[in-house]
Design a protein around this ligand. Structure first.
Ligand code: KIV
Length: 286
């Protein structure tokens, strides 16, 4: 397949440190999920700061109704596909449900797998106070950790579904306290998912590490979206916080319909898409 020339808009490798510096300099952070090599390439070449190998792949790629079944082997495999693209974006692996809940020791072992086998440059851990010990142990082992507060999809059974968090004061205070504590414990940034914009603003102003919002309004230091949602690679329901920047589903649907029609009509392949016998009797097979 021909490799297309694409414009590289960034020249510097992004790291946990460069993202912290962006907040200091008042520069917004762009992040997107990627689960494979071609997506990681285009994300990097478009200038995305951070690629998240999200456990959302359980829903987006594997067709599960939530993220609970994603395994360590699967997340490591997809991280490897992403890191094979050598993106300039920071590569963060989302540690799956069950991989950091049993003990800080096994959390460290699994985080090390993400780095050694997958090529991750940081890991993401969902949850606040109940996860502090695991988070501290992973940071202690020299792996940067991205926190994740608000709607944490790995807690849906306890939360009662995919519900916006922090709408009432007591819960908002808890999320704010967790964010402040996560910074003290050394995470380099925090994803804030599906919380009121006002709460995200308070958190963003209360900590010196970046907040990366998804359904958390405009005051966050950066934004993350699921790649397949933002390019419209689905015709299923999307939450209201998603902005669709393309309609890839329709583009692919049309391309496949045209391909089918061309096969049926005999219009594909054409003469210029076929190989032909060389009429020169002296020609050698190369
Ligand atoms: O799994 C994921 O893709 C995520 C983002 C939506 C933040 O956690």
């Amino acid at each position: 397949m021909p490799q297309l020339e694409t414009k590289q808009t960034k020249t510097a490798k992004q790291t946990a440190v460069t993202l912290i510096n962006k907040k200091k300099q008042g520069e917004k952070i762009s992040a997107v999920t990627a689960y494979d090599y071609p997506t990681a390439r285009v994300a990097s070449e478009a200038g995305i700061d951070m690629i998240l190998v999200g456990d959302s792949l359980g829903m987006v790629l594997q067709g599960y109704k939530n993220t609970m079944k994603v395994t360590m082997d699967e997340i490591v495999y997809h991280t490897r596909l992403v890191s094979n693209a050598n993106p300039l974006s920071l590569v963060v692996t989302d540690m799956p449900f069950g991989s950091f809940h049993i003990s800080p020791g096994s959390a460290v072992e699994n985080a090390i797998r993400c780095v050694k086998e997958g090529g991750a440059e940081a890991v993401k851990i969902e949850g606040g106070r109940r996860r502090f010990k695991a988070i501290e142990a992973i940071i202690e082992s020299e792996i940067p950790v991205l926190g994740h507060l608000g709607l944490t999809p790995q807690s849906i059974h306890q939360l009662g579904g995919f519900k916006t968090q922090g709408k009432i004061k007591a819960k908002a205070d808890e999320i704010l306290e967790d964010a402040i504590e996560l910074e003290k414990r050394g995470v380099f940034a925090i994803v804030l998912e599906s919380i009121p914009a006002e709460l995200a603003k308070t958190i963003t102003e209360s900590i010196s590490i970046p907040t990366i919002g998804i359904g958390a309004g405009k005051y966050c230091d950066g934004q993350v979206l699921v790649f397949h949602d933002l390019v419209g690679f689905t015709n299923l329901y999307l939450p209201k916080f998603v902005r669709k920047y393309a309609d890839i589903y329709s583009t692919i649907h049309d391309a496949l319909s045209n391909y089918i029609n061309d096969i049926h009509s005999g219009n594909f392949p054409g003469d210029n898409e076929s190989y032909h016998i060389n009429p020169n009797p002296e020609a050698q097979e190369k």
